[in-house]
Ligand binder design. Structure first.
Ligand code: SF4
Length: 392
């Protein structure tokens, strides 16, 4: 690690399960959540300790999950089910209740299963399909109100608006700091890699949020001393790859390893376990509705239907991120039976083709059977990007 403060984050992560156990003994309630539009500020303001649950890369857990959910459900949801069924993870063991949202209907199905088979306390936040309609926003306001009421009853306390305001400030700080750190990974000199930033983002799923903000501020300060000016340049000789697609959660190293193995360099992403959920969160009003509408106004998830490509904010954001990261090409990563993102692959390919941006689709699962085949394809893609740099 060239950035020393990253080690501190890793060390704190190791100590965290024990801290959580102690916090529970002292009366804290821990909420594990999974989804895309879960407003963590509300959980935090109610006094819960939130943990974002995301896990990938373990085919054994996928197999276990498949006993409860269809094998035609996505690999990610199957692993989450297997993960909760096994309940051996040190963070997961501390969880008192679960929160899911219905952005992706496959995740909503997980919520039902967790309640039905494993008898866990589950809260679900309904998310409107038509997120851009006034009726959709009104529906979301009512859902959020009901969701908050149920969580308040579980917490045994009412939501204090002052605490919500403090939570919004804290989370705004986290989002802003991560955004600034993220810029460095795309810069010349590779002072911090995309992979390291991704791990840093994932650390924030588990650490105490106030402490996390302090830690990432420390990382940012160190980066500023290591590199005074960030220069993002297409002509740096690297095969610069933008990762698009569904999720690359903690534990899912397959694609990252493959890109590293063939000499490619990841310089940006728009996956939901990356920087994307932290971008464009503009909370106008520090109320429950103000928070949830800001979440809905971020880049929309592919599972939410939107039929007009010309005004699609998801496409626009992808465009902007590819441009700012100065990527040479895009690897579109989707997991087996992830319908929302698999359906969008062709659309993404066509849009990028018009801009003359090379595109490679990797549709896979966590089992290693296609490892060599994908390695060959990614290697050829990296060579293509390198050759284009020479001739363009
Ligand atoms: S978006 Fe894809 S990967 Fe994520 S839960 Fe839905 S189907 Fe699974």
């Amino acid at each position: 690690l060239s950035v020393k403060s990253l080690k501190l984050v890793k060390d704190r992560l190791k100590q965290r399960p024990e801290e959580l156990r102690k916090a529970k003994e002292a009366g804290a309630t821990i909420i594990g959540w999974c989804g895309y539009n879960v407003p963590e500020e509300i959980l935090y303001a109610l006094g819960f300790i939130p943990l974002r649950l995301a896990i990938g890369g373990d085919d054994r857990l996928v197999e276990i999950g498949s006993r409860y959910i269809s094998t035609r459900n996505c690999v990610f949801t199957r692993e989450i089910v297997g993960f909760i069924e096994q309940n051996t993870d040190e963070f997961l063991k501390t969880v008192d209740a679960f929160v899911f949202d219905s952005t992706c209907i496959q995740m909503y199905r997980v919520a039902e299963l967790v309640e039905f088979f494993f008898h866990k306390k589950v809260f679900i936040l309904g998310v409107p399909r038509h997120f851009d309609w006034a009726e959709g926003q009104e529906y979301f306001a009512k859902e959020a109100e009901d969701f908050t009421k149920k969580l308040s009853a579980f917490a045994g306390t009412k939501l204090d608006l002052q605490k919500l305001s403090e939570a919004v400030d804290l989370y705004n700080g986290i989002r802003e700091t991560l955004k600034q750190i993220y810029e460095y990974q795309a810069g010349i000199g590779n002072v911090i890699t995309w992979e390291e930033v991704s791990d840093l983002i994932h650390a924030g799923y588990y650490l105490d949020r106030k402490e996390y903000l302090g830690l990432i501020e420390q990382v940012l300060e160190e980066l500023k001393t290591l590199q005074k000016k960030i220069i993002i340049d297409k002509d740096d000789g690297d095969a610069r790859i933008f990762l698009s697609g569904s999720v690359i959660p903690p534990g899912d190293r397959k694609l990252i390893e493959l890109v590293n193995a063939v000499g490619g360099r990841i310089v940006g992403d728009d996956v939901w376990t990356g920087i994307l959920p932290y971008l464009d969160v503009h909370i106008q009003e520090k109320t429950v509705n103000g928070v949830v509408q800001a979440y809905l106004n971020r880049t929309p998830h592919a599972a939410l239907p939107y039929m007009d490509l010309a005004t699609d904010r998801r496409v626009k954001k992808q465009d902007e991120l590819i441009e700012t990261s100065k990527a040479d090409g895009v690897i579109y990563y989707s997991l087996r039976y992830c319908d929302p993102f698999t359906f969008k692959a062709k659309e993404t390919k066509d849009i990028l083709a018009k801009k003359n941006i090379p595109f490679l689709e990797i549709h896979t699962e966590y089992a290693g059977s296609d490892y060599e085949a994908n390695k060959t394809r990614i290697e050829a893609f990296v060579e293509l990007l390198e050759c284009r740099k020479l001739v363009l």
